[in-house]
Design a protein around this ligand. Structure first.
Ligand code: NOJ
Ligand code: CA
Length: 581
């Protein structure tokens, strides 16, 4: 949608900017489910390459590519067994080079997903650590003696990991345990050990030398641990375990490790690094990681705007108890904006491969078209670098599987099922909950067309495609429908890249209009040029008082604006981008 002068300005703005990511349009690719090129049921690099033109046409110029290094795939690639090798399931180093070359020729940068916090237990470091207690690799991980109580061997402390079990695993035939805050096949690496850090400096430099444009740094918040390994005093679960993230998240040494990482790896390189820091960090603390003044990385992903509908852990809730808390959403976005906007860059996103689909969370399957467009409009014009999760651009939604078995293939979900069964929930309740909450919802095959497996693969994919690909929720059909979600995305992204609006977003001041409105998310960028977004988050009619003078309606998901005596009547999920006079 960018034409002539605008396009030229945009490209120069991007290229001349020392922080090019500030004006990029990001896209998150989950490699396993994006596009399979050889019919083995698994997405791959060649498949991704074949879709770069599509992404380019959409207006994408920055890709966060999910993990692609060699891995036994216990956690879908976040369990790396060789950081110097492409996962053979995804292709070869030649495929990687070819993907990067093509992306760069289209002006698309790619950042790689790099896991520094843990390796696979099949990584040679860990194999050596288990084999030889005196090896240097033993010091790359955390091994501790268990406790003996009444003759029973117990883990060294009461820490629970993220995968619903103890964070410790016994080394068979010994009293020793190793720490794993994710799956037991993902032992945590010991960042307090300089030799381990050195390994990761070399790995990171290797990929940047090969042309990667940076990294999404997985689980970054957890690099430092409470090395006293003392029990958590927080309330324990039925098994006496406590998920106390303060024991292994955002601890002071993290900032030192990253300073060193910056010096040793990033300095002098024009790359973008985004650290996953989760929900446990305050915006003020995040500045220590990513501020212009003394941060080490470019941006951080926080989780504060995810799950603002009460769905997290909602197994006991009825569907009608799940409702977007629009006031909380506004305040979470603004909390980060207010602290960071003139001090650090920020990414913007609704969800990624770890969450259910945003359309099913904050939007509505019943109002798919309207709500998908509303969600994009709301996100795209906030302050920050937007990241679109693959499939959101065609309105993909949560699955409607009829068996818990369909969720197999995601370790975290399987572990969760075990825990829920042990708490006494029946399978029907668990199934209903997974269709609402599991991250598998975001990992189903990308829906390209109406052919087998939604055009994702000719083989048998791990997760069944969402059957709504037959009802027009696919790229092929949406390309041909002028009112589709996909065409709206392309148009809206074109507007977002405009020089005047980019400047208004980056340099103007952002304020929320009618903060306490429970149904509407409205904001205004003021400065020399004024832009305003008004979005209803409800499947019913709402009203919104608006005292400004409207110049143009730049984006709208309905025909005709209904406004009388300064009050908008907003239809279900109605949303505008307005230029004000
Ligand atoms: C965050 C990743 O996004 C998630 O998918 C993974 O399970 C954990 N980190 C562990 O690496
Ligand atoms: Ca394949």
């Amino acid at each position: 949608m960018l034409l002539g002068r605008e396009k030229a300005f945009y490209n120069t703005y991007m290229e001349n900017s020392t922080r090019w990511w500030q004006n990029a349009i990001g896209y998150i690719i989950y490699p396993e489910s994006f596009k399979d090129s050889n019919g083995d049921g698994i997405g791959d690099l060649k498949g991704i390459e074949s879709k770069l033109d599509y992404l380019h046409d959409l207006g994408i110029n920055l890709i966060w590519l999910g993990p692609i290094f060699a891995s036994p795939m216990d956690d879908n690639g976040y369990d790396v067994s060789d950081y110097y090798k492409i996962n053979p399931l995804y292709g070869t180093m030649e495929d990687f080079d070819s993907l990067m070359n093509k992306a760069h020729s289209l002006g698309i940068r790619i950042i790689l997903d790099l896991t520094l916090n843990h390796t696979s237990d099949e990584h040679p470091w860990f194999q050596m650590a288990i084999k030889d207690e005196n090896s240097k690799e033993r010091g790359y991980y955390y091994f501790r003696k268990g406790k003996r109580e009444n003759g029973k061997l117990l883990p060294p402390n009461n820490w629970k990991g993220f995968f619903a079990s103890s964070a410790w695993e016994n080394v068979e035939g010994t009293d020793e345990f190793y720490l794993h805050i994710f799956s037991k096949k993902m032992p945590d690496t010991n960042w307090s050990n300089p030799l381990l850090r050195e390994e990761y400096f070399t790995i990171s430099s290797f990929w940047l030398d090969k042309g990667a444009d940076g990294f999404r740094l997985d689980a970054l918040a957890h690099l430092s641990k409470d090395l006293s390994f003392s029990d958590s005093s927080n309330p324990a679960d039925n098994n006496g375990l406590v998920l106390d993230t303060s024991k292994f998240s955002n601890r002071p040494e993290l900032y030192d490790y990253l300073k060193e990482y910056e010096q040793r790896v990033l300095k002098g390189r024009d790359v973008c690094t985004i650290g996953e820091v989760g929900g446990g960090i305050s915006p003020t603390d995040s500045l220590k990681l990513s501020s212009y003044e003394n941060g080490s990385i470019s941006m951080v992903f926080n989780f504060d705007t995810v799950w603002n509908n009460g769905a997290f852990g909602s197994i006991s809730k009825r569907d009608d108890e799940i409702k977007t808390d629009v006031i909380s959403l506004k305040s979470n976005f603004m909390k980060w904006y207010n602290t960071c906007h003139d001090k650090a860059d920020m990414p913007l996103y609704w969800c990624n491969h770890d969450h259910p689909r945003v359309l099913s969370q904050y939007g509505s399957v019943q109002f798919r078209n309207e709500s998908a467009k509303m969600l994009l409009t709301t996100l795209l014009f906030l302050y920050g670098t937007p990241f679109i999760y693959n499939g959101d651009e065609i309105g993909m939604s949560n699955v409607n599987y009829d068996s818990i078995d369909d969720f197999r293939g995601d370790k975290a979900t399987i572990d969760e099922v075990k825990e829920e069964r042990s708490l006494g929930f029946d399978d029907a309740t668990i199934l209903h909950y997974l269709c609402r909450n599991s991250r598998v919802n975001a990992r189903t095959p990308m829906q390209w067309d109406k052919s087998k497996n939604a055009g994702f693969s000719e083989g048998n994919p791990k997760f069944k495609a969402n059957l709504n690909f037959n009802d027009g929720v696919n790229v092929y059909d949406e390309m041909r429908d002028p009112w589709s979600i996909l065409n709206f995305y392309e148009y809206a992204i074109g507007i977002r890249k405009g020089s005047i609006i980019s400047q208004a977003i980056n340099e103007g001041s952002l304020e929320i209009l009618d903060y306490n409105h429970p149904d509407v998310f409205a904001y205004l960028h003021s400065g020399q040029h004024k832009y305003c977004v008004i979005s209803s988050f409800r499947p019913y009619t709402t009203y919104f008082t608006f005292l400004y003078e409207i110049g143009d309606v730049l984006l709208h998901n309905y025909d005709g604006v209904i406004i009388k005596d300064h009050v908008f009547t907003l239809r279900p999920f109605e949303s505008f981008l307005l230029r004000l006079r």
